[in-house]
Design a protein around this ligand. Structure first.
Ligand SMILES: [Zn+2]
Length: 109
């Protein structure tokens, strides 16, 4: 096992373990809900920042979603590290709601 092997914490937004470093984005990205970690100059750093962030955040809940409804697009996208865009925000919220309701998006599987 090399020293570079780092355990990635599951996604703090959807709980998915399907997270990995994406070279093109210079960040760790969740394949399920598309949450993106901090952009870092290298993989190791990106992973470290992801893990720190994942450790800070509680799992998603209806309460959290309800709170986030009050956020503006800019704040919401910043919080979830999305590209700032009203559409991204709405899709992300819908996605979270689906996950909380236990609905899997068949098309994405
Ligand atoms: Zn996720």
């Amino acid at each position: 096992m090399s020293a570079k092997t780092t355990e990635l914490k599951p996604c703090p937004f959807c709980g998915s373990g399907n997270v990995r470093y994406k070279e093109a984005e210079h960040a760790v990205v969740c394949a399920r809900c598309k949450a993106r970690g901090s952009i870092a100059p290298d993989e190791e750093m990106a992973i470290r920042m992801w893990d720190e962030r994942a450790g800070e955040l509680k799992p998603d809940s209806w309460e959290k979603l309800e709170e986030d409804v009050n956020l503006g697009c800019r704040d919401y996208c910043e919080k979830y590290r999305l590209e700032e865009c009203d559409y991204n925000m709405r899709v992300h919220m819908l996605d979270r709601a689906k996950k909380l309701a236990g609905i899997e998006d068949e098309a994405q599987r």
